[in-house]
Design a protein around this ligand. Structure first.
Ligand SMILES: CC(=O)SCCNC(=O)CCNC(=O)[C@H](O)C(C)(C)COP(=O)(O)OP(=O)(O)OC[C@H]1O[C@@H](n2cnc3c(N)ncnc32)[C@H](O)[C@@H]1OP(=O)(O)O
Ligand SMILES: CC(=O)C(=O)O
Length: 552
């Protein structure tokens, strides 16, 4: 038997079960398979795959996984204890988790007397028998058992003796992990600390031993304590850490904190906190730096927008906006960063806005391959111009491409690929059933040649974009690969009625990169036109810069 280091913790991911209990999140079998394999690569040792008896999708998921098994993780099905007054062998749900063909299974049972009496409508003794019989039966079928003590903390606070009897029943029947669940998410960290410490000490007194850390053993007589927390008091991560510091060895959670109601403990925060701050060992270093990518991969697969401000893995987690911050970070990142972003696979970003100082401009210039000096008057001019435009309604933090163009212009490096000499847009709102209800005409000059083009579109901005591309594509064939991927408008001073200014943000792409440009005007079409034109111009700039770099 190999020994496990005392700082070893076991992660248990329940994104595919509790995560899918989040309102608005639904996944196909293929999605579940992709996520399971990704979590396996991240080095998560236990992955809860679903509740096979509860729906056909989860049955299929476990069967399909047998054909393409995980490399290192244990895949675990989840189920309740047997129903009151039945026998475990006759429960179809338990047969379903056996047919999942896994080594480990997770069973949840009631810890809180209120739930036994009012939820299950059975006696306290029968609940103990339900826990015990279910685990004994699964053990007799060769399964290793993780026991989730549902409502553990609420139950313990109401009736500690009974709550302890439930996990003792689970341990005596052969459960190797006793996972204490803050199911309603209402417990605070100091309560978690006290209760987990009591349980860790209490289970030692049972004479069942001090715990097994070898998940690959075929049989362990010794139960270990785990923690499963919910975020209803915004304490899920803090509570998971408190439990570990009090002696828990397994942490359950989900990627991005997805889960029932307000979610579960977010593993994207739990893992780096445990590993980088508290010195525990959860996953390998080369896996920790996959965390940001895993977070974004899962949000993409479940079709939920990533939380840009998420700690550690969010796009803004290491974004510096205030000039004071940028100035200091440029000198030493420790001044405003609690870890190195690369440790979790994230990266530092410098944001340009009215809150910027010269340091932001210099950092941005460097990212564009230009060395500007702090004492160079042009640097100060760029900063002043950007702040003036921001006061008029431009917003460069979301439109870095427009800021780059502004900078190239100030430095006399902005190339004029084309000149728009005029445009007209016509919308026919009578023929609303037509998919193309707008018509745009543009006059563009390229290399001394004037081109007049007309195009239709589903809306005025689409028509304008189409007419511009049509006019330019013969001169710049790469424009055929550009696409307008997003378009947003915001009314800036709505209380001035029709005189209100509009800010248009246009996101464009070329299949490999995306960039955003901005326009502002009292006329929504003029604002959109500015953003569309800068979008095409920036795309061409990227193309020619890449071509030049290849030649060097
Ligand atoms: C804390 C948690 O997150 S636990 C996981 C919760 N997840 C889910 O509920 C998602 C999957 N659930 C489902 O698909 C369905 O609820 C099913 C298939 C499990 C059950 O469906 P139904 O049989 O129609 O029952 P329904 O959902 O109305 O009620 C739940 C039943 O489970 C019983 N139950 C609840 N906890 C337990 C338990 N630990 N052990 C045994 N039975 C339990 C309830 O008493 C109730 O039984 P009853 O209707 O005989 O009184
Ligand atoms: C088991 C579980 O999901 C809970 O108690 O929250």
């Amino acid at each position: 038997m190999t020994t496990t280091p005392s700082n070893q913790l076991w992660l248990y991911d329940t994104t595919l079960r509790d995560g899918t209990q989040r309102e608005g999140l639904s996944v196909s079998i293929e999605d579940k398979l992709r996520i399971a394999h990704r979590l396996d690569e991240l080095g998560i040792p236990f992955i809860e795959g679903g509740w096979p008896g509860a729906n056909p999708k989860d049955v299929q998921f476990f069967w399909q996984l047998q054909e393409n098994p995980l490399k290192q993780a244990e895949i675990v099905p989840f189920c309740s204890t047997r129903r009151p007054n039945s026998t475990a062998a006759d429960e179809p749900m338990l047969q379903a988790i056996l047919s999942a063909g896994t080594r480990w299974v997770t069973i949840f049972g009631k810890s809180w007397d209120l739930h036994v009496i009012e939820g299950l409508k059975t006696s306290l003794e029968e609940n103990l028998a339900m826990i015990s019989d279910t685990i004994l039966y699964l053990r007799s079928q060769g399964r290793r058992v993780i026991y989730d003590a549902e409502h553990w903390f609420d139950g313990y606070k109401q009736n500690p003796d009974y709550a302890l009897q439930t996990i003792k029943a689970a341990a005596t029947a052969g459960a190797e992990w006793l996972v204490l669940c803050d199911t309603n998410g209402g417990t605070l960290p100091h309560e978690i600390t006290e209760i987990v410490k009591n349980v860790v000490l209490g289970t030692e007194d049972w004479g069942l031993g001090t715990g097994n850390t070898e998940k690959t053993l075929t049989q362990s007589p010794l139960p270990q304590i785990g923690i499963h927390t919910h975020n209803d008091s915004e304490m899920a991560v803090a509570n998971a850490l408190a439990a570990v510091l009090a002696g828990a060895k397994m942490v359950q959670g989900t990627i991005n904190g997805y889960g029932e109601r307000c979610g579960n403990a977010n593993l994207c925060s739990v893992i780096p906190n445990l590993q980088l701050k508290l010195g525990y060992s959860c996953i390998g270093e080369h896996q920790l730096n996959q965390l940001t990518e895993t977070s974004r991969f899962v949000s993409e697969v479940v079709n939920l927008a990533p939380d840009e401000h998420a700690p550690y893995v969010g796009r803004s987690a290491f974004a510096h906006k205030g000039g004071i911050h940028v100035s200091a970070v440029e000198r030493n990142p420790l001044t405003y960063e609690h870890i190195q972003p690369e440790q979790v696979g994230n990266r530092r970003r410098i944001v340009i806005s009215e809150q910027s100082g010269l340091s932001n401009v210099l950092a941005k210039a460097r990212s564009l391959g230009m060395e500007l000096d702090k004492n160079d008057p042009q640097a100060r001019q760029i900063l002043q111009r950007m702040k003036e435009l921001e006061s008029e309604g431009y917003q460069f933090e979301a439109a870095e491409a427009s800021f780059s163009l502004l900078m190239y212009e100030a430095l006399g490096l902005r190339e004029q690929f084309f000149e728009v000499k005029g445009f007209q847009v016509h919308c026919d709102l009578v023929e609303v059933k037509e998919t193309t209800n707008s018509l745009a005409t543009v006059k563009v000059g390229v290399n001394g040649i004037n081109i007049l083009e007309v195009a239709e579109g589903n809306g005025p901005v689409a028509a304008l974009d189409a007419a511009l591309r049509k006019a330019l594509v013969n001169f710049y064939p790469q424009i055929a690969d550009f696409e307008l991927t997003d378009y947003k408008v915001r009314i800036l001073n709505g209380n001035t009625g029709t005189a209100a200014k509009t800010r248009a943000l246009v996101e464009s792409g070329n299949g490999q990169q995306r960039w955003t440009t901005v326009g502002v005007s009292t006329n929504i079409l003029e604002a959109s036109y500015q953003a569309v034109v800068e979008g095409l111009e920036y795309g061409l700039l990227l193309h020619f810069q890449a071509e030049k770099a290849l030649k060097v």
